[in-house]
Design a protein around this ligand. Structure first.
Ligand SMILES: [Zn+2]
Length: 64
């Protein structure tokens, strides 16, 4: 009875990062100040800079 009836879908903003040199890519939660083509972090494979390739909203209902 204490459960809140949620009609709204929970969504998470995901930031996709890609390496400038190789095909490495990684997703993480969006952080304030993120924007496309921003350099953020380094590639674990070759130490090259990672840039933000895209930002999208993802439903957290799906489980894998
Ligand atoms: Zn790389």
């Amino acid at each position: 009875m204490s459960q809140v009836n949620q009609t709204q879908q929970n969504k998470t903003i995901i930031t996709v990062l890609k390496c400038l040199k190789c095909s490495y890519s990684v997703e993480r939660q969006f952080r304030e100040g993120d924007f496309v083509l921003k350099i953020d972090g380094t590639c674990p494979n070759d130490g090259s800079p990672l840039y933000i390739w895209g930002i999208y909203a993802k439903s957290v209902n799906e489980k894998k």
